[in-house]
Write a protein that binds this ligand. Sequence first.
Ligand SMILES: [Ca+2]
Ligand SMILES: [Ca+2]
Length: 655
Amino acid sequence: MDGTLIMSTLECVDNAVLELNERQVPFTCRINLLWKEWPYIGKKSPDLGEYDPLTQADSDESEDDLVINLQQKNGGVKNGKSPLGGAPEPDSDAEAAGPAKPHLSEVTTEGYPPEPLGGLEQKATSSLVSYVRTSVFLLTLGVSMVLVLLCAFLIPCPPRDLHSTWSHRLGSQGGGDLSPLELADVNGDGLRDVLLSFVASRNGSSAGDSRPAADLVCLSGMNGSTLWSSPLPEEAQDITCLDLMPGSRAEIICLVTGTRKMLSAFNATTGKAIWTLSPDSLSSGTLAAPAVVLPDLDEDGVRDLAVLAIGETQPDVCFLLVSGWTGSPVGRPVKYSIVRMGNLIGPQVYSTASGAVYILFGFGNVQAVALRDIFVQAQNRDSSPPSLQIEEPEWEKRRSINLSELIDIYSDGVELLQMVKTPDSNCSNLLITTRQGLVLLRGQNLTPYWTLSLPGLCSQPTPGYFTDDRTLDFLLQTQEGVGMKKMMVVDGDSGSIIWNYSTPCHMKETPTTSAVTSDRKSVFLFWAEGLSAAPPNSDAILGADPPSLYHLYLLHPTFPSILLDLANATGTVTASKVGINDLWKDAFYVTRTTGPGSEGHPTPVVVSKLSLRWALMESQMVQLKETTPKIGRGELRRFLSRIKFVDSPYQVNTF
Ligand SMILES: [Ca+2]
Ligand SMILES: [Ca+2]
């Protein structure tokens, strides 16, 4: 019964739509009409047997007159009481056709010819089917379009499509020691770009050459093209890009510290200098180390800076506070008389758990001076901002008896000082590399956590997570005879060596780096001469590569018995840095290599970028020792394909 009623309604609707078709009503109107009619299917009169949808529709004041008029035109049906509504479908069975018969007789009495009616019904039915098809097609098309748009904007492409592995030749190098690389997204495309200072070779140039001493060059992280280049009056020893107004929407600036007297802030986007510290402020001194970032001292909302200058002739060292907003000195230079023996350490800024700020520095030792003391002397007044009035009692206890401003932290052949973030705390420990080994000092009270006797450390320890205890471990390298290096991992909790391997390496100092994965482990990267992929215990462990070819190896703590050969380079790797691509959960490895240059010719400088996820999939496995069960290539490949890199959680907080 219900089926017949619905059928009648559909046919009425269809009829109207058919008429519209003849009039060539725009398609959307037809759809609207169809929608308007559709609800009537569900309406029933109190007497189900006498259900007439168009009558029902007629009684509804919101009925569309167009429908009725159209029906009148088609066979003189009045007031929308269409007999077609009751006409049985030609294909319908006897049960369905039975109750509809009264309507059919009504049609006959009104002189509606049965034969054309049958043809019209067929047309109407097929028209309905076509409309349903059209509607379903349109709906599917709409859903597909939405899905395609979602895919295009939300779902990232696989990293292989954007591995951004490139190499850019800068030209021939004419400088000495070059600054480390700095990574910052200067053009807002989500990929960190590469900044470096480059001294072009002046070989063969005329005496009146007006070229700058050096250039600050910014290369696109996407393809290595030069985004901008700014002349520098002297070679840079450091480039640090940061936001001096955290929390605001200020642009990133790049602080460039020169090798002599230059301190400038550049707009990272445009490459234009924002301010330059007047060289006269340093009087007769030169900049001993990169500028350090301090809290806001002059209360202008912008973090300020400090530089350490060393007198060219006098033994004194002096601190100069510099406004981060204008680049002009905050007060006068503050001098300290220090015996200069050994390497310059620092300066580095240390903020204790209670918020007291100290500057650590020294020559072959580590000393601390309270920032408050420097500020008070620079300003020549007794008051200081409230943020500087905090003291750390455990540190203050170590002041000398004569209440000297300098606090002794460590004095025993110090070569390097690093801050190491402690787990679950905003405080840092101090990792001190000495000529004898390594010492980790607790930040709270400066007592040793552990000491490792290890002479011959030849570069800065690289922090990373090797064990699962969320404490930072360290990758070290020591010189071991001629042309050999020992790579080691030291457990950050106990100070014991938990992994080591000797590799051939004639390069004096090779950079080591690490990158953190999403499961709080780190991969460690280092350079060495080619290791044979042959099984261990064979004599062919030393590769037959030419001596100037170096390989980049990756150590993953899950597979300590293998190394992955990611890439190789000729020449000397002078700097490297790992950055994270947040969008692709990838890490990229940027290197600067110089040479090899033939004798008497300047050496070329090449900057290269390598996507680590891409390189992992392309890597060669080097087995260091046999393991049971043996690591299958398929298993390793599946494991490597799932690695995701995240931003380092062990960055020491700045202000
Ligand atoms: Ca960029
Ligand atoms: Ca300031």
